[in-house]
Design a protein around this ligand. Structure first.
Ligand code: CP
Ligand code: NVA
Length: 312
């Protein structure tokens, strides 16, 4: 397996074995950190963090993951630099490519993160775009492995905005890793058809199933119910419409009962709007899992940086 110099723009670009390797590396780095052992694989490396949208977990994870491995992270908020206004993405990328060793990008268009990779020639890591949030899914999978000891064979139901970045990335990740995935959402918020087709190919290779449905009965047998905000960053003015569309899909006690399982866990990538996509009571009951997920953002992001840029 060769990770060196590669970007991490979407999980589509990584094989199931490569994803498994990154999860194992993250678990090892996590274990080491708990024992007080830090690495030096990013020593001498400068990493640019370009953020067009706000972030608590992802920004902190790139910063801490980089510093833990001896590197230097530099936060470049879009209002601090010229990108997209006085200077094109292509020119910014070529400049950063001369100065830095890696770039994390969070923003609106997937096309921007792709251009940054193409023109900087550096490893570029997608820290969330409107289309995908691949590093989030690595943290979710590490958390699931800690909870269930495996990924293959688990049934995950995503309830909510089935076409958002997290749902789309879960669709890719679960179908690649042999997990059954159900997107439970109103038809107006179903995932992109082409993406579903691509993921159906992954699922048939891994002998798992994809289901896209409006029917709440689909939660039956779920090992995991996963939800996310009803309005992603940049969609705030759609709030009224989203609440009326998604209210039946709130993760609450009634939905949990319909799984027919005692062992079902609830996951959320955070930040959460309690009272919308999840009730406060259910959120608090699964807080340990949800905050493990948040912590695991750092260990998994560190693994991606170490694998693609580190001297190992
Ligand atoms: N889950 C996640 O990406 O959180 P932040 O927006 O705080 O980075
Ligand atoms: N779908 C959410 C994820 C936040 C981490 C958003 O894009 O705002």
């Amino acid at each position: 397996m060769n990770f060196k110099g590669r970007s991490f723009l979407t999980l589509k670009d990584y094989t199931p074995d490569e994803i498994e390797y990154l999860l194992e590396l993250a678990a090892k780095l996590k274990d080491n950190k708990k024992k007080g052992i830090l690495g030096s694989s990013l020593k001498g490396k400068n990493i640019a963090l370009i953020f067009e949208k706000p972030s608590t977990r992802t920004r902190s994870s790139f910063t801490i993951g980089c510093v833990d491995e001896g590197g230097h992270p530099e936060y470049l908020g879009v209002s601090d630099i010229h990108i997209g206004r006085k200077e094109s993405i292509e020119d910014t990328a070529r400049v950063l490519g001369r100065l830095y060793d890696g770039i994390a990008f969070r923003g609106f268009k997937q096309e921007t993160v792709e251009k940054l990779a193409e023109y900087s020639k550096l490893p570029v890591w997608n820290a969330l775009t409107d289309s995908y949030h691949p590093t989030q899914i690595l943290a979710d999978f590490l958390t699931l492995k800690e909870q269930f000891g495996k990924l293959k064979g688990l049934k995950l139901v995503f309830a909510g905005d089935g076409r958002n970045n997290v749902a789309s990335s879960l669709l890719i990740g679960c179908s690649k890793m042999g997990m059954d995935i159900t997107i439970l959402a109103p038809k107006a918020l179903w995932p992109d058809k082409e993406l579903v087709e691509v993921c159906t190919g992954y699922a048939s290779a891994g002998h798992s199933m994809i289901e896209i449905t409006e029917d709440l009965a689909a939660v039956s047998g779920a090992d995991v119910i996963y939800t996310d905000v009803w309005c992603s960053m940049g969609e705030e003015d759609l709030e009224t419409e989203r609440i009326s569309l998604l209210k039946p899909y709130q993760v609450n006690d009634a939905m949990l009962k319909m799984t027919g399982k005692e062992s079902t866990v609830v996951m959320h990538d955070l930040p959460a709007v309690k009272g919308n996509e999840v009730t406060e009571e259910v959120f608090e009951r699964f807080a340990d899992v949800i905050f493990d997920e948040a912590e695991n953002r750092m260990h998994t992001i560190k693994a991606v940086m170490v694998a693609t840029l580190g001297n190992m």
